[in-house]
Write a protein that binds this ligand. Structure first.
Ligand code: ADP
Length: 489
């Protein structure tokens, strides 16, 4: 067999990647955009049917190109937390999928009693919030009569996007999910690795409507394409798939995705660390029968601040131009920026904070401001790695980077200098898809762990420079002062 396929079912698009095992590279990609609807302020919905048909379409594209007989298996990575409710008998969704960004259940989550909130923290590793699946399932069951009716008939299925896609692709034969997706529901005990009976009882969610939970490298079932059966081998939530695809396997290794926002996962080995900083504890992936854990944190704004320089202020003609401008000056001349456009997340949790640009003099020009904005992205990652090292007692050993803004060599070098560890940029930046390929290769026994990890190769390492460290520390102290101003009412 020559090929594996990675299905990346994201929020705004679903994509299939055909991976050539001999060339060790993706040789074809197919993509379909997905709609999002916003029926009320703060509500976000998607059409699960559309997700499935478009997933089947992009998979078909790759399978036709490769020849079904040459495809060894399909690995799945997917947007997490989003809830689909469907009829076990027909496979039809019974209501719109509630998206991970949807805030309709915020008040319900805030009103949970302290004991339940503590139970959520200790059992699931999560911070009780509308972001996670549980309150979305409760909402559907309380507000949609057809959901209740199906539940009474014993035909209701509730799951995340992976489990719905697997159910449909296997024509209803597999009702399963993996541990990383289950861990985002607020219903899963991440130490015992099972649905938590106490939380299910408190939220009045019957165990029977939830999928069976398997390891991330498990066989999930067989998809049927034109009469041929292709194994679905491995599944994981997109961030965990990316951590895996970056080859982060040991405690202290982290991956940072510099996209619209910044997503950091920090591997903590076999220890499940509880955070004191409002970070999330999560299974990294469960492969080879062993669970590895990670701490997860994010900054709401990273690449979006560069986009603001370009589109909002007209300072840049392209995002890439930020690199040349930033390196035109030796420092920001005391200018400091905090991209708190929509508040600050971990470790500050200040929803009312707003952006700050300070330290401006008459000598301040475009280059200083652009540099300050790029530096602020690296400072956000430093906030998170400091908190993660404090919480876990595990020192950070390296960062592996991906996402659009990881193309910026100034930013990557500044990040290495600021953190004092190497920042390693891969050849293949589609880490999520590569993670799904690795899971499929392991699941099918095509490769062992080391061989799978070797599919990820380094394009460039940014080594920390000792001489730059002092200036970076000074800059970070300025940034921390600016954060305090950002949080002033
Ligand atoms: P997402 O997947 O979140 O949509 P991407 O990973 O595609 O994001 O990254 C896009 C973001 O990266 C944009 O916000 C853009 O401003 C930023 N970006 C792209 N190239 C560069 C660059 N060379 N320097 C800095 N930022 C960049």
């Amino acid at each position: 067999m020559k090929y594996l396929i990675a299905l990346d079912a994201g929020t705004t698009s679903v994509r299939a990647f055909l991976y050539d095992l001999q060339k060790r590279a993706f040789v074809r990609r197919a993509q379909q955009e997905l709609g999002l609807s916003f029926p009320h302020p703060g509500w976000v919905e998607q059409d699960a049917d559309e997700i499935y048909y478009k997933a089947a379409y992009v998979l078909n594209d790759c399978i036709r190109a490769a020849g079904a007989e040459n495809v060894a298996g399909i690995g799945i990575a997917n947007q997490r937390e989003t809830v689909v409710m469907w009829d076990r008998q027909t496979g039809e969704p019974v209501c719109p999928a509630i998206g991970w960004q949807c805030r309709r259940t915020s008040a319900w989550c805030a009103a949970l009693d302290e004991e339940t909130k503590m139970l959520v923290r200790t059992r699931t590793g999560l911070v009780p919030d509308a972001y996670f699946s549980a309150s979305k399932i409760v909402w559907d069951r309380e507000n949609i009569p057809s959901v209740r009716a199906l539940g009474e008939k014993g035909r209701l299925c509730a799951g995340t996007v992976d489990s719905y896609l697997i159910f449909k692709l296997t024509e209803g034969r597999s009702f399963v999910t993996d541990v990383t997706n289950a861990s985002r529901t607020m219903l899963f005990d991440i130490r015992a690795m099972r649905w938590d009976d106490e939380l299910l009882r408190r939220f009045c969610i019957p165990r029977a409507i939830l999928p069976e939970v398997r390891d991330s490298d498990a066989r999930m079932g067989e998809a049927v394409f034109g009469g041929r059966r292709i194994p679905i081998a491995g599944a994981a939530g997109d961030q965990q798939a990316a951590l895996f695809g970056q080859g982060c396997r040991r405690a202290g290794e982290g991956k940072v995705t510099y996209g619209t926002g910044l997503f950091l996962l920090f591997h903590t080995g076999e220890a499940c660390v509880s955070s004191n900083s409002g970070l999330i504890a999560t299974p990294a992936c469960r492969v080879g029968g062993k669970t590895a854990y990670a701490l997860e944190g994010s900054c709401f704004h990273a690449g979006s601040a560069i986009r603001w320089l370009r589109d909002g202020l007209g300072f840049l003609s392209s995002a890439a131009e930020s690199e040349a401008l930033a390196t035109r000056v030796k420092d920001t001349g005391g200018v400091c920026f905090v991209p708190a456009f929509t508040g600050l997340g971990a470790p500050y949790w200040s929803p009312d904070a707003r952006g700050v640009l300070c330290g401006i003099t008459q000598a301040t020009g475009r280059a200083e401001i652009v540099r300050a904005v790029l530096e602020s992205i690296a400072y956000g990652a430093r906030d998170l790695t400091d908190a993660m090292q404090r919480d876990s007692g595990v020192p950070l050993s390296m960062i592996r980077c991906d996402g659009g803004a990881s193309a910026n060599a100034f930013l990557m070098q500044f990040q290495a200098d600021l953190l004092g560890v190497p920042v390693d940029r891969p050849v293949e930046r589609e880490s999520t898809a590569l993670g799904a390929v690795m899971l499929a290769a392991l699941s099918l026994g095509i490769m062992d762990g080391d061989a799978a990890a070797s599919l990820r190769t380094t394009e460039r390492v940014f080594s920390p420079s000792a001489s730059a460290r002092a200036a970076c520390e000074e800059g970070y102290k300025n940034y921390l002062r600016a954060v305090r101003r950002a949080m002033l009412k």
